[in-house]
Design a protein. Structure first.
Length: 252
């Protein structure tokens, strides 16, 4: 096989469901990441010590047979998995390993098809969500502390993902738990862009996208109609407190 010149890339992004992934690229017919990807992966590892990897997917270009490419995809998965473990990145026991070979939507640029994608999530030191659920009763509220958004937006800050992971895990472990997600904003008397609703909806969409049944969830935005501190707030601390998402326990 001829080895074309490859564009070395590594892409990081956060999807709408707040799942995070990293793409690692390979040269033609190679099962070891190319040198640029190795360097960027090492840099990523240094910056993300408290994560766990739960899914690894392997891909190939359209050169060679489907059977051969399936085997190559498996070898690429193993190479990345071993590299992560060697560098003490947590890989969960029930890791999903999915080799696609040629069974996926191809890019017209072959170098973009020669890759492994691994999915990860941040590990929180402790679950404040679980603690809150244990303390509150039916028809009581608790705040999702640490859940923050970009200003004037429903886009969740990356450092807030552990809070969502905690909430997701609590819902998975407590199948009878039903909740209502309430969004609030600070500062303004009118929520003309419905930011509070969109923030509550962002949490709802994350949970549904990660396997929580819709019938266990509802969401609503309250604008600035239910502030913890009277409007206008006196300082940034009060504004931050009013800008929040709360969880109402409907069933336990």
């Amino acid at each position: 096989m001829k080895t074309p010149t490859c564009l070395f890339l590594i892409l990081f992004f956060v999807s709408l469901s707040a799942q995070q992934k990293v793409d690692i690229f390979f040269d033609n017919n190679k099962s070891i990441p190319n040198s640029n990807s190795v360097q960027v992966l090492n840099d990523w590892i240094k910056q993300n010590p408290k994560v766990e990897v739960y899914r690894i997917e392997g891909f190939c270009d359209t050169i060679a047979s489907e059977v051969y490419n399936l085997g190559l995809a498996n070898r690429r998965i193993l190479a990345v998995e071993n590299s992560l473990k060697f560098n003490k990145i947590k890989v969960i026991d029930k890791l999903e390993r999915i080799p696609y070979g040629e069974a996926f939507d191809f890019s017209i640029h072959q170098n973009e098809n020669r890759r492994v994608t691994f999915w990860f999530r941040y590990i929180s030191e402790h679950s404040t969500v679980a603690n809150s659920v244990n303390l509150v009763q039916k028809n009581q509220f608790f705040e999702l502390k640490g859940l923050n958004f970009y200003g004037g937006s429903d886009k969740i800050l990356p450092q807030s993902f552990p809070v969502l992971e905690d909430l997701l895990q609590v819902l998975k472990e407590n199948q009878n738990l039903k909740i209502a997600i309430h969004g609030h904003i600070c500062c303004f008397t009118n929520d003309t862009e419905e930011i509070s609703l969109l923030r509550a909806q962002a949490v709802y969409k994350y949970l549904v996208a990660n396997g929580i049944d819709e019938f266990r969830l509802s969401y609503k935005g309250f604008g600035s109609s239910k502030p913890l501190y009277t409007l206008p707030e006196k300082n940034e601390e009060e504004r931050v407190a009013n800008r929040r998402v709360e969880i109402l326990i409907l069933e336990k």
